[in-house]
Design a protein around this ligand. Structure first.
Ligand SMILES: NC(=O)c1ccc[n+]([C@@H]2O[C@H](COP(=O)([O-])OP(=O)(O)OC[C@H]3O[C@@H](n4cnc5c(N)ncnc54)[C@H](OP(=O)(O)O)[C@@H]3O)[C@@H](O)[C@H]2O)c1
Length: 325
């Protein structure tokens, strides 16, 4: 079935997405605290001040507590729900008693996960639902039924995937009536397979790469929004201790700091600007829970526009640790 693409802007024109995995405290089933709600509130306010209006969740983040603290903040801000775009993910199940960690794209699990997400967020609809990681046992027709039901009930407006190959997306799309509008992948300056795969065709050093050749082009051609998780590289180039870091990381950190100083901006804006200069118009999903760090990302859109081809390659080469062939 040929699915008509949706214009990405119909979903969100937020060039950066706020990733909510850092909210809600620790990865355990302890209840969240008032302090965690306050941290979430400050981070959300900083995101909105920065022009970020799209928020990324997953049902598993902090065992549901990330969504729950976000829901607490929304309760105190009438009107906020309509101003923002909420995305969440399902399909990963943690170890549960004797049951192993696993993926679950069964219809019943997808439907019950969405009910849990909506209840924790305190909303009656999600803008975007992503399938979190590919389930080897996935049955496209069953997923299609779940999506159809969620769409018809108004619980989910748009659907997408995360960590999937182009072939997996095409396989699902054959059954799913709604267009898949997002693929969220790990794309950043300290995980470069996504670029190296494209430049090391027919070269021995390309044989160990692990990135689906063609996924970037598939998303571009089908008008599927690429989102980047891990875009701040966990702070590796922007202020985290360099103790034990490799030479390329040290050199790239220094280069980013120099560029930031010359352009009177922040290292975060340079780092994200590099990612956003790519023609795929990637949306970075920033995972900080610090309001200050969110604000440090604000200038990224401008830095992407200002970045020359030469500066882009200087950063790419520095992080690779070796020039392009
Ligand atoms: N689809 C998937 O499979 C998947 C997987 C992972 C994540 N995600 C999504 O992507 C988002 C971002 O992912 P991520 O959190 O892994 O990546 P990230 O944005 O690269 O890193 C954020 C982490 O780095 C820390 N950090 C950033 N700058 C720092 C600095 N200068 N010094 C010290 N620490 C620094 C942050 O701490 P502070 O909070 O202190 O700033 C935070 O813990 C998540 O929130 C989630 O929404 C999706």
């Amino acid at each position: 079935m040929k699915v008509m693409p949706i214009q990405k802007r119909e979903i969100s024109d937020s060039r950066i997405v706020f990733g909510c995995m850092g909210l809600g405290g620790d990865w355990n089933y302890d209840p969240y605290t008032h302090e965690q709600v306050t941290i979430a509130e400050k981070a959300i306010e900083a995101a909105l001040e920065t022009g970020i209006t799209m928020f990324d969740h997953a049902d598993i983040y902090k065992m549901g507590k990330a969504e729950a603290v976000f829901g607490e903040v929304m309760k105190t801000k009438p009107g906020l729900r309509e101003q923002i775009v909420l995305q969440s993910k399902c399909g990963i199940r943690f170890t549960d008693g004797v049951l192993p960690q696993r993926y679950d794209f069964s219809k019943s699990h997808i439907l019950s996960s969405v009910d849990g997400i909506l209840q924790r967020l305190g909303t009656d609809y999600l803008d975007v639902l992503l399938l979190h990681r590919p389930d080897p046992l996935m049955e496209p027709d069953e997923i299609a039924e779940a999506f159809q039901q969620l769409k018809a009930s108004g619980k989910v407006r748009h659907f997408g995937v995360s960590n999937m190959t182009a072939a997996q997306m095409r396989y699902l799309q054959k059954s799913i009536e709604q267009p898949l509008v997002v693929n969220q992948l790990e794309l950043h300056l300290s995980r470069l397979d996504w670029l190296d795969q494209g430049i090391l065709v027919n070269r021995a050093e390309g044989s160990s790469l692990n990135f689906d050749d063609g996924i970037l082009q598939h998303c571009l051609m089908e008008d599927i929004q690429l989102q980047a998780w891990g875009p701040l590289s966990q702070g590796r180039f922007t202020g985290k201790s360099l103790e034990g870091a490799s030479e390329p990381v040290k050199a790239t950190t220094a280069l980013i700091a120099k560029m930031a100083q010359e352009r009177e901006t922040t290292p975060e804006a340079i780092l994200l600007g590099w990612l956003m200069k790519h023609p795929a118009k990637i949306q970075p999903v920033i995972g900080t829970s610090s309001a200050e760090r969110v604000k440090a990302c604000k200038d990224a859109v401008r830095q992407a526009e200002l970045m020359s081809r030469e500066d882009w390659y200087a950063l790419y080469t520095s992080a690779r640790g070796v020039r392009v062939p």
